[in-house]
Design a binder for this molecule. Sequence first.
Ligand code: HEC
Length: 133
Amino acid sequence: MSTKLSTISVLSLSLLGCSLLASAAHGADGDWKRGRVYYQRVCTACHKAITGAPVAPNSRTIADWTAYLNADKHAKGTESLKKYVSKEYRASIKATNKAAEKYADIPDEQLLNDVKAFMLKGAKDGDSPASCS
Ligand code: HEC
């Protein structure tokens, strides 16, 4: 029975667009669940729209993502990633993006930590490697 139940929960997570292998671990100081929603609904939505492909968290290691996030160079180094977690950006898309609307008032640093927690948790060598499809 429990096997059946966990299969169902993995399936329902996959339906969101990113599959996470079941794990109860938490990211360092961010809320990875909120980070996951934001990553899928805002980050991935744009990646799919612009490049036709998502950027899977499990495509890189924890060390890679940590260096990437610290460098804050997004889209082949052309801009800051922080821009896309900012309140200003959320306000600019919230009319058409439910996640941006829902998290409109979360402080920028907090939301960045949440996204970071999800990316590290979902890394190739993270607690729950996550692939987006
Ligand atoms: C408005 C569109 C848009 C949004 C929103 C967006 N990205 Fe991107 N992202 C891009 C583009 C464009 C690229 C470059 C794709 C390419 O040409 O390879 C990219 C590339 C990336 C890459 C691959 C490495 C790099 O920087 O080139 C990562 C990782 C990434 N984005 C993470 C994120 C995260 C995390 C968020 C959300 C906080 C996010 N992106 C939000 C457009 C976006």
